[in-house]
Design a binder for this molecule. Structure first.
Ligand code: FAD
Length: 463
């Protein structure tokens, strides 16, 4: 890291260039502006640039580079490792850049880099359209998309990157490029899964998909039924159409509505289903799940797509001490199920869980080398996370995450979804990109040879 920090530097030129807010230590809004989603991350940047437009982004990138100051780019601030902030460096906060232009006729949306998925769903749902995104409305489009982007629509329409048509990027040299299949196609390939390594994406152009009402909601089972539920879940997805999606979870039932009192604070397993079709067809597809024995809780019914998209917002809010690990899975063998049930019976808090998200069908139909995201043959992306407001139990909760990962990893595909794990070193990053890593390192060398954009799952420039 440079010996100089932004506090030692003359920021008068930057002040003259930037239309957005500059926030420094001591400013009233500093503590709020420096906070990221994971409360375990407590970093003190020297300067926060809240970009109002592309010119601000270019000015901040040039300033950080010319002064040798570490630069953190922040979209929604959800990254568990806290890559959206940095000690003694500059945070380039894109969150004021929320412009969205929806073209419902051509089914295209152009979004600025600071949008969250809630912003996008709000703008597109009115036309009965959606961009396939994440399952919590406050997550940033930027970080989620650049890592891949999985959610309730992944089996039907692929990842967010599979719906990305073009991106406008501010590069490390302060340049401005458009990346798509026709222009700077090497950069476009790398952006689709390579994270924030290649520049600041100031604008994303997405294909819109027809999504309006969905049949969705949770089913829960007692842990005694977990092996049968997991097996039936696997078969239901395997036999079901692309329109059916379901994420499996081990959890502690939150103590409040809509859950009945007798289930409050019980460790259980469950599926959050979503289906594009009729209630009648959903009931037929989900019949095997109800035949295991009636679910202890069953609230699958019609809802507008944005309601599904914000169903977890209450349990996934900011201010939580978070620790995550991850894996991809190709299959759920009996041994894998047994390991999951064993560890799922020890979920530490209501904010902690093991989630399995399907990434087959449309997601799996893309070739592994067609985009930087490599694990196209995997059926699930798993995330194991422990979270709570109280830092006191951090060590015990981290231990549960690590123990769970150790127990299930032998049954995994090897690598993990880069947006689902923390700071676990280069080997884990390489394991997650596999054969695509070498090409990513070459693209990195071309667009960011000095590794200015290094606060991410870092791809080191090729030698
Ligand atoms: P940030 O911390 O702001 O950024 C993350 C990384 O991306 C940083 O390295 C940053 O520099 C870079 N970055 C962000 N924006 C840009 C940009 N415009 N240009 C260049 N680089 C940029 N993932 C899923 O795929 N599906 C989910 O359903 C899902 N749900 C989640 C729910 C919660 C509550 C949380 C905390 C995370 C979830 N994730 C999900 C993981 C999520 O994809 C990652 O945390 C992701 O990094 C968040 O992006 P962000 O923009 O909010 O984060």
């Amino acid at each position: 890291m440079s010996a100089a920090t932004a506090v030692d530097l003359d920021t008068s030129t930057l002040e003259a260039q930037v239309r957005g807010e500059l926030i420094r230590p001591g400013d009233e809004s500093y503590d709020q502006a420096r906070a990221v989603h994971n409360a375990m991350i407590d970093r003190r940047p020297a300067l926060i640039v809240r970009a109002a437009n592309v010119a601000d982004v270019i000015a901040a990138v040039n300033f950080a580079r010319d002064n040798g100051v570490p630069l953190a780019v922040r979209g929604g601030g959800h990254n568990v490792t806290g890559n959206g902030t940095v000690d003694d460096g500059i945070v380039l906060d894109l969150s004021p850049m929320k412009g969205i232009n929806v073209d419902p006729v051509n089914r295209v949306a152009v979004l600025q880099g600071g949008c969250t998925w809630g912003d996008v769903d709000h703008a597109t749902h009115v036309f009965g359209l959606a961009v396939p995104g994440g399952v919590v409305s406050t997550t940033g489009v930027g970080g989620l998309t650049l890592g891949g982007g999985l959610g309730h629509l992944s089996r039907r329409f692929g990842l967010s990157i599979d719906n990305l048509l073009s991106a406008d990027v501010v590069t490390a040299d302060g340049g401005f490029l458009t990346a798509n299949e026709d222009q700077n196609s090497d950069l476009f390939w790398a952006l689709r899964g390579g994270g924030g390594n290649f520049g600041v994406v100031v604008s994303f152009t997405f294909r819109l998909q027809p999504v309006d009402m969905v049949i969705a909601g949770p089913m829960l089972w007692h842990l005694d039924d977990a092996p049968a539920a997991m097996r039936a879940y696997d078969e239901t997805l395997a036999n079901g159409p692309d329109e059916l999606n379901g994420a499996f979870a081990f959890l502690i039932v939150p103590p409040g509505p809509p859950f009945p009192e007798e289930l409050h604070m019980k460790r259980m397993c469950g599926v959050i289903w979503s289906f594009a079709g009729s209630q009648e067809d959903a009931d037929k597809l989900l019949a095997p799940m109800r035949e295991i024995g009636p679910p202890a809780f069953d609230l699958v019914g019609p809802m507008p797509h944005p309601v599904l998209q914000s169903l977890f917002d209450g349990i996934a809010g900011p201010g939580m001490q978070q620790y995550w690990r991850a894996d991809f899975f190709n299959e759920l063998t009996d041994e894998a199920i047994a390991a999951h049930v064993e560890q799922g019976s020890k979920v530490p808090t209501i904010f902690s869980s093991i989630h399995l998200y399907p990434v087959d069908r449309a997601t799996g139909s893309v070739a592994p080398d067609a985009t930087a995201y490599s694990y196209r043959e995997a059926r699930w992306a798993e995330v194991i996370f422990a979270a709570d407001i109280d830092p006191a139990g951090n060590d015990a909760r981290k231990a549960w995450v690590k123990e769970t990962w150790d127990a299930v990893h032998p049954f995994s595909a090897g690598g993990a979804y880069i947006n689902f794990f923390g700071d676990e070193g280069q080997d884990r990053v390489k394991a997650s990109y596999r054969d695509n890593y070498t090409r990513l390192a070459e693209v990195k060398k071309k667009y960011d040879p000095a590794n200015l954009f290094r606060l991410n799952q870092n791809i080191e420039p090729a030698a």
